[in-house]
Design a protein around this ligand. Sequence first.
Ligand code: AMP
Ligand code: ZN
Length: 501
Amino acid sequence: MSELKLYNTLSRQKEIFEPIVKNHVGIYVCGPTVYSDVHLGNCRTFISFDIIYRYLKYIGYKVRYVRNITDAGHLEGDRDEGDDKFSKKARLEQLEPMEIVQRYTVGFHKVMDLFNTLPPTIEPTATGHITEQIRMAQQIIDNGYAYVVGGTVYFDVEKYNKEKPYGILTNRKLEDLLEGTRELGGQDEKKGRLDFALWIKAGPEHLMQWPSPWGMGFPGWHIECSAMSEKYLGKQFDIHGGGMDLAATHHTNEIAQSQACYHVSPVRYWIHTNMLTVNGVRMSKSAGNGFLPEELFSGSHPLLDKAYSPMNVRFFMLQTHYRSTLDFSNEALQAAEKGLKRLWEAYETLTGFVPDNVQPSANNMIDTGLDEKVRKLVGEFDENMNDDFNTAKVLASMFELVPVINSIKDKTITVTSLSTDTLTLMQAKFKSYLEDVFGLKAVNEADNAKLQGVMQLLIDIRKEAKGKKDFVTSDKIRNQLTALGIALKDEKDGGMSYSFD
Ligand code: AMP
Ligand code: ZN
């Protein structure tokens, strides 16, 4: 089998993967900021890393997969001043910040489960690691790369850049970065335009704050990932991942912090996933095009023609390499739905073939040409995953095998056209790839369609009942569905949607 190669953002090329400790991989992925629901774009990134995690395990590594929960310190617009996202939302909803954190952490896990995404092996929270972050900030001050102004600790980017290139991850010079940043004004307390906060002095409006050597405050967003990755994976570890949008600032700052603290480059391989877009525009909360997985599963968003199952969406994502942008469209999702159905049916058919252990008779010879072709295509699964996790190409090879499977099913060719070894290999590889590496599960589309029909019928009956002021019937429908774990929601446009617990 070929060696695993992956694209390293740091070197801007594909490199052969060599772990620090033989047979072990340490991987850190930036997790969600849990002050609101994750949108489908966020899910794309987490699903991409789920597949990378599953593949590393599949090829035999013992993987420690750390994905954090950002539950403090992430300020509006990713800046160093202003409201923190949790306090703002908590005030808005009259809840404790930790109630916000709990609500959206639970929601995030539920969505990850629906997508059949494996949990990380460690899921640390920023609030659970305040001491580690304070200790790290203090060490950076002691090493001379940070300074304190009025209770806030800033990282001195220009000083750091004298020794190490600050823009190394995205290959940019300090002068160019400075050019793109606004001039400091009279009220600014930091020394340099690019300086960022390691610790932020809390005002009375900040509901989450902790004592520190510099007074009451809370950690900056970037330091949590540096502190937690060091704690669980060490001063230098194998892989760090996240969406591409994080490379220029968040990850650039992570490298600077760890280097300034421990004098070692923290990460060997940086992996960045590309963005999910809608009509070419990056999906994000601020662009207003960030629909929720729940809306996708119930079809209750104006951009959606119908409901799509989680496995349909997962498959849609697998059809594109993680470093390419993926544009969302109804057509693409519907094509993916058909593709998955065709592939899954072939997989089920393949599983049903019983390898013929009897030597093929003279008039039932192995078709060596076909046998070789099948072995070659099956061999391409590993080759393509080893080439920077190219799931799209693996699927292309699988689809080339579908007509072979269907021909055996239709008896156009006999099962003994393939050697027992080849057939068993194909069965094993389909199972490993579809279920273990790609994390797909059987979906019964026929049942799904029927359920959607029944739900629509109930929604229509309830609407009619409400129209006739027959609230006994309308309440009965809603309550009984709730008891079954199906929530009905009135939409602003007068329509209804539903979601499953
Ligand atoms: P956040 O909760 O905003 O910190 O984002 C969580 C993860 O989702 C980060 O790794 C982001 O880079 C990633 N992300 C945000 N928007 C998108 C998008 N449109 N497509 C893919 N990944 C995204
Ligand atoms: Zn991070």
